[in-house]
Structure formats: C-alpha cells, structure tokens
Design a binder for this molecule. Structure first.
Ligand code: DC
Length: 232
C-alpha cells in the first residue's frame, strides 16, 4: 500500500456487501485502527431518497431524480467510532435517513444509472487523496476498482435480518423480526438484480462471511488483511 500508480499517497479500502453484513461497524473500526476516514456511501443514496420523498419526486422517474440532484448538496462528515453525520442541503438528516420509509426509497432511487453516475463522481472526489475506508455496494467494482484492498462482507440472510432487527428494536416504528427479514431480502434482491452496478463482489475482493463470527473476530480478520496489504 505504498504511493502507487494511481497517484494516491494513502490507501483506499473498499467494503461492499448486502444490508446487515456488518459493513458500517467494520468500516468504523478499520478507520479508527488505521487513522483513515470512514465514508458511508449508502447514506448519500438515503439522503437523496429523503429529498425525493420531501419534494414528492417519483422514485421511478430517473429524469426527475437527475434534475433533483442538480440542486442537491450532500455532505458526509466522518465521526470517530460512529456513523457519518449527514447533511442534506445544510440540514442534519443523520437520524431521519435511517427510518424505514427512507431505507425503502433509497433502494429504489439507487437503481437509476444517472443517479448512480452523480453519486460515483462525488464519491471518487471524496476518496481521491486516499486515506479512506469507503463502504457501499459498488465501491470495489465501480467507484474505486483500483482500491488497495477490497473486502466483500456477507452473512446468511437470517443473520443479517436479526442484526438489523436488533438495531431497530426500541425505535418508534420498531417492526417485527419477520418484517425486517422480509425487507432485507427485498432490498438485497433489488440491489443484486439491478442493471446498473449490481451488488456483486469484485473479482479481486477478499470474501469474509461473518455468519458464525463475533464482531471482534471479523475486525481481527480484516485488520490482518489491511496489515498484510500494507506490508506488500
Ligand atoms: O448501505 P445502506 O443500507 O445505507 O444503503 C442504502 C441503499 O443504497 C441500499 O438499498 C443500496 C444502495 N446503495 C447502493 O446502491 N450503492 C452504494 N454504494 C451504497 C448504497
């Protein structure tokens, strides 16, 4: 992971995988451990989806969504050991974008190639200098195909559903475990089957199945991967 042909002085670590695989937690951990910035690209799709909901823009209307992006500013502010603070046109939407209606809408806006192109351009600019752990669905395949390390994080869907359920339990609109699993499967199917940058591992990604692993074990395995690449 030394200064490379791509002109970056510091590495880009790409973490991709389906909902509930543990990407955000792992990204936050690696960022803290190696002094990198943690950028959650899903939050950008969520923020645009929120704006679409607030402006009654149809989620299936690609041209209208593309017009919406022209007047949209989304900022991700990494916070140590935490999720990103997310600003949509200057307003803090960090908590709001995690709600169920926005999760569903984000999955729908993310199928559109013009929306994706707008996101990818910004994500590349955010990571151009390196020194980032970027997580999402297409970081290793599309945003940074030359990332110094690509991790594809996965787990059985029942396990991912359970994790998402535990995250949402206690909130105002807490759904049942069955409903959470159904929503996770639904979003996965849309993410994997869309034509534009579907969720799939990059050919050179390291696969990490977290099904039977504790958080500590996942973090230790990933740390080992980073250290090995740094020594290359
Ligand atoms: O990771 P997340 O659950 O916050 O992502 C929200 C939605 O955005 C999800 O349905 C997939 C989509 N997404 C995407 O298509 N590409 C990314 N790089 C990140 C997220």
């Amino acid at each position: 992971m030394t200064a490379a042909a791509n002109g970056r002085l510091r590495p880009v670590i790409a973490i991709d995988g389906p909902a509930g695989a543990g990407k955000s937690t792992l990204a936050a951990h690696l960022a803290r451990r190696f002094g990198l910035l943690n950028l959650e690209t899903g939050a950008m799709y969520r923020a645009l989806a929120l704006k679409a909901l607030e402006t009654s823009t149809a989620l299936g209307d690609e041209a209208a969504l593309a017009r919406l992006t022209a007047s949209t500013q989304i900022l991700l502010e990494p916070r140590p050991n935490d999720t990103n603070r997310v600003l949509l046109d200057g307003n803090d939407v960090t908590a709001r974008i995690r709600e169920k209606d926005v999760s569903e809408a984000a999955s729908q806006v993310s199928v559109h190639p013009r929306v994706r192109a707008w996101m990818v351009e910004r994500q590349r600019a955010m990571g151009a200098q390196g020194g980032v752990v970027m997580e999402g669905r297409d970081i290793g395949t599309k945003v940074f195909p030359d990332a110094e390390l690509k991790i594809f994080l996965d787990a059985q869907d029942e396990v991912r559903g359970q994790r998402r359920y535990l995250q949402s339990a206690g909130s105002n609109d807490a759904p049942t475990p069955e409903a959470v699993l159904a929503a996770v499967r639904d979003r996965d199917a849309r993410d994997r089957n869309r034509a534009a940058s579907p969720l799939e591992p990059a050919l050179d990604a390291v696969h990490l199945d977290t099904t039977g692993l504790t958080l500590e074990q996942v973090c230790a395995l990933a740390e080992g991967l980073v250290e090995t690449r740094m020594a290359d």
